[in-house]
Design a protein around this ligand. Structure first.
Ligand code: NAD
Length: 435
């Protein structure tokens, strides 16, 4: 099938590469000329495990192309995916500017019938707006469908290739058939393609992210409660997660959720609820708890120095919002580092993949260490933000020698508090008991 994917970010690139891998003829189009130039040379602008070989192979075998000519890509395609960004507007609503720009471009270059699919996360009613924007430019019949994306950065290829489910909101029997054929290779093990109406598909994406964000904020509050009463959140997590009605996933307390999706999608759903007179009080609390949680590591570090941070040196391990990505959008590392800098501390950071991204946030105000121990050198405290594998089993003796004060504030509960205590560290996890 001839496919155009508009937007070559995390979602567009993964979708384009995976659809090419299953034999389709895919053109990925983006308005960012620098990005497209790099991609043409198999130089991938983001870090996503497994993406580079997929792009290289499909490009060299002629099934995958990159272009800045969005209109040209659309003109020759039967199916067009919209995978552009939907950042939050000032009031928290999803900014549809890029989606509607893409829709107008589609309309201007449509001379044969097409199926247009919104893959970007968009509020209910967006498919209708996309249709209207296209129809303002062309009289050729166009079907507009919704196929929200559920991939996780860091495991995006696996998630796309073997999704738990594919959700597709369709407006006609023909689109249902074509999209069923397109997604069939990804659900060979029997996971479902769930066809539904477009509004339900649009809501499904927000409901999924809102539910996951809720679990995180819930566990963060349970962790705080554990600290107050001397319980250990690790035991509590296992205790509740073993209940099949609850399950183990997404019950880890941490430094607050970040990334390009949960924060903006929760905000957008809150905004939609307000507009419709059906306010999401629960999600307002989820967001408030998360905002507070994102400053928890800073509070824990500062408390250890009686709030006198001037002249202190703090090492930070991990800047990406989670492991296996270089994405720092809304990362809890940002309020931590900014808070430390504004209090006069010196900050030494390490991240296996996000240093280039971090430079856009922190410039030369922090020291970018080549390895975790170099970051800890001379530090009065070490704060761990991201659960990269490389931090899971460090050489604690080497770490202790490197640090001025062996104080660890562990935002991911990577270590055993008792063990760290016996090794001579002052250790603060999230909701853990040290006795
Ligand atoms: N990143 C994720 O993990 C993830 C997961 C599921 C869903 N989503 C959703 O998918 C959408 C895309 O997210 P992303 O993280 O890939 O965004 P991104 O910011 O990484 O990429 C968006 C790309 O779209 C391009 N673009 C903007 N306007 C354009 C236009 N008019 N024509 C062509 N290209 C244009 C930008 O240059 C950019 O390269 C968002 O709605 C997001 O909420 C993201």
């Amino acid at each position: 099938m001839r496919i155009a994917v508009i937007g070559s970010g995390y979602v567009g690139l993964v979708a384009g590469a995976c659809l090419a891998e299953t034999g389709n003829d895919v053109t990925c189009a983006d308005v960012d000329a620098k990005k497209i130039e790099r991609l043409k040379h198999n130089d991938i602008p983001i870090y996503e495990p497994g993406l580079e070989p997929l792009i290289r192979r499909n490009q060299s075998e002629g099934r995958l192309q990159f272009t800045t000519d969005v209109g040209g890509a659309v003109a020759s395609a039967r199916v067009v995916f919209i995978a552009v960004g939907t950042p939050p507007d000032e009031d928290g609503s999803a900014d549809l500017k890029h989606v509607l720009d893409a829709a107008r471009t589609i309309g201007k270059h449509t001379t044969s019938p097409k199926i247009v699919i919104t893959k970007s996360t968009v509020p209910v009613g967006t498919a209708a707006k996309v249709r209207a924007a296209i129809e303002a430019e062309t009289s050729v019949p166009v079907s507009v469908c919704s196929n929200p994306e559920f991939l996780k950065e860091g495991a995006a290829i696996e998630d796309f290739m073997k999704p738990d489910r594919v959700v597709v909101g369709v407006d006609s029997e023909e689109s249902r058939e074509v999209l069923g054929e397109l997604f069939a290779p990804f659900v060979r093990t029997g996971n479902p393609i769930l066809f539904m109406d477009i509004a339900s598909a649009e809501v499904t994406k927000y409901a999924a992210n809102a539910m996951l964000a809720t679990r995180i904020s819930f566990m963060n509050q349970i962790a705080e409660f554990c600290e107050r009463v001397g319980a250990d959140v690790r035991d509590v997590r296992q205790g509740i997660g073993s209940d099949r009605r609850i399950g183990q996933a997404f019950l880890f307390p941490g430094p607050g959720y970040g990334g390009s999706c949960f924060p903006k999608d929760v905000k957008a759903l809150i905004h939609s609820g307000q507009e419709l007179g059906a306010p999401f009080e629960m999600l307002e609390a989820v967001e408030m708890v998360n905002e507070r949680q994102k400053r928890l590591l800073l509070r824990k570090v500062c408390r250890a120095f009686d709030d006198k941070m001037k002249g202190r040196t703090v090492a930070v391990w991990g800047l990406a919002f989670k492991a296996e990505t270089d994405d720092m959008r809304e990362s809890p590392s940002i309020p931590l580092v900014e808070g430390l800098l504004s209090r006069g501390a010196e900050v030494r950071v390490h991240d296996p993949k996000a240093v280039e991204t971090a430079q856009a946030f922190f410039g030369d105000r922090v020291f970018y260490a080549p390895d975790p121990y170099a970051a800890a050198q001379g530090a009065d405290a070490l704060a761990i933000v991201t659960e990269w594998l490389v931090y899971r089993n460090p050489d604690f003796e080497r770490l202790k020698v490197a640090m001025v004060r062996p104080l660890i504030v562990d935002g991911r509960n990577l270590y055993d508090p008792q063990r760290l205590k016996s090794l001579g560290f002052e250790y603060h996890g999230i909701g853990r008991r040290v006795s």
